[in-house]
Design a protein around this ligand. Structure first.
Ligand code: HSE
Length: 422
């Protein structure tokens, strides 16, 4: 039986989860993976009361982990610049690297992969995208013969947990607190709820599937903080729910790259994935649409992805370029303002004659068609919600239209959400 000697850097939630999972499932890992995973050293700035590392050697300076006789450094410190430094040091000391750190791969992927190649070592990162739900090796290996044209889905477990709980009537703040308690959220949860975490992940997937650079060009990112509980019931009346979607899609010779909330049809596969689940739909030429779903955050799911990389490492000798650079070369990222969407508008207006007419005539003057407009039950204080679904129009006209609607005398508040085409 082969042995893989591991040094873990970091001793937080994810690292202790990996330690416990290796202890718990070592027989299974030996049986299925044919490898004995030994944790020889842990770089821990401080003890973690939630996990006793037993007799494992502890280094207080995480960089000292690299000095040990180990095969692989598992980078679990998070953050970007120190993590980059650590990975570079591991690589130049001829240690393989496994990381769950999407931010460092997003910002420095191209540099790190090149360096790994030059030093004859591997850098693996299955758990950086959707934790243990398999997607990296799936795209890189199982789908290697396919031309992928679109990847879309919910890539942030915390956002999906919050939105699907709000769909059931829960409040945003208390659900975020619950996601933090369960260890789903990033140390700074703004990364989850403002969309950056999902953006990092779709950037990485786009690089794998379409050869875009890491870091990628700037692209449109919006989080879930403006979504209200009532939007779910209004959306549902029209056959939609609300998800945080990340999309990478080939449009002729350019790439659509974006991460933002969207109304999606209730009968779609992604609409039914609730809680911390991540879900992706991948359009391929040889096998059509593929759906992948599973837990996208948390200690155990992340440990599963890390262990899959460790097994992969011990079973493959080939050192090849990690990233696909197809014949087509890199696709330029499309300007988001040139994309076309249908929109859901929530308009809070005074309940008086002529309100609807003022809204519809403004829309007509802007040459934006209306698919439906419905006045809902009064909110009190002579105020009514009006739910408007537009025909498709250009993103570049969206902000101006929203501003002009808000400027109408009778309109008190407004918000909008893009609708994802089927
Ligand atoms: N905070 C992340 C999420 C963890 O909620 O998806 C996994 O990357």
């Amino acid at each position: 039986m082969k042995t893989l000697k591991i040094g873990i850097c970091g001793w937080g939630n994810v690292a202790t989860g990996l330690f416990k999972a290796i202890e718990k499932n070592s027989n299974l890992i030996q049986l299925n993976g044919g490898v004995n995973l030994t944790i020889d050293v842990i770089g821990a700035r401080r003890d973690n009361p939630k996990c006793n590392p037993g007799k494992t050697k502890i280094e207080r300076d995480i960089f000292d982990v690299i000095k040990h006789d180990i095969d692989v450094v598992v980078e679990l410190i998070g953050g970007v610049e120190v993590a980059r430094e650590l990975i570079i040091k591991a690589i130049t000391n001829k240690k393989h690297v496994v990381t769950a750190n999407k931010a460092v791969i997003f910002h420095h992927g191209d540099e790190l992969f090149k360096l790994a190649q030059e030093n004859g070592v591997k850098i693996l990162f299955e758990s950086a995208v959707c934790a243990g739900t398999p997607i990296i090796k799936l795209l890189k290996e199982e789908l290697a013969a396919n031309k992928v044209s679109k990847i879309s889905g919910m890539l942030n477990g915390t956002s999906n947990f919050i939105l699907s709980n709000m769909e059931e009537g829960a409040e945003f703040d208390s659900t975020l607190k619950l996601a933090q308690d369960k260890g789903y959220a990033e140390p700074d949860p703004a990364f989850d709820i403002e969309g950056m975490d999902a953006a990092h992940k779709i950037g990485i997937l786009s690089s794998l599937a379409f050869g875009t650079s890491l870091p990628p060009e700037d692209f449109f990112v919006e989080g879930i903080t403006k979504i209200q509980k009532s939007d779910f019931s209004y959306a549902m009346d029209m056959g939609y729910t609300i998800k945080h979607l990340a999309v990478a899609k080939i449009n002729e010779s350019s790439l659509e790259l974006r991460a933002h909330p969207a109304l999606i049809s209730l009968d779609s596969h992604l609409a039914n994935l609730k809680g911390v689940r991540n879900g992706m739909e991948i359009d391929t030429d040889l096998i059509g649409k593929i759906h992948i779903a599973g837990s996208g955050a948390g200690q155990e799911s992340t440990a599963s992805g890390l262990i899959s990389d460790l097994i992969h490492l011990s079973n493959t000798n080939e050192i090849s370029d990690q990233f696909y650079k197809g014949d087509e070369g890199k696709y330029p990222v499309l300007d988001f303002s040139n994309l076309v969407f249908q929109y859901y508008f929530y308009i809070e207006a005074e309940d008086k004659p002529g309100v609807m007419a003022s809204i519809t005539s403004l829309m007509a003057s802007k040459e934006v068609g209306i698919e439906s407009i419905v006045q809902k039950e009064e909110l009190g204080d002579s105020c009514v919600p009006i739910i408007l679904i537009t025909d498709p129009f250009k993103e570049s006209d969206h902000a101006e239209l929203q501003k002009e609607l808000l400027n109408l005398d009778s309109v008190r508040a407004i918000r909008s959400i893009r609708i994802e085409a089927k």
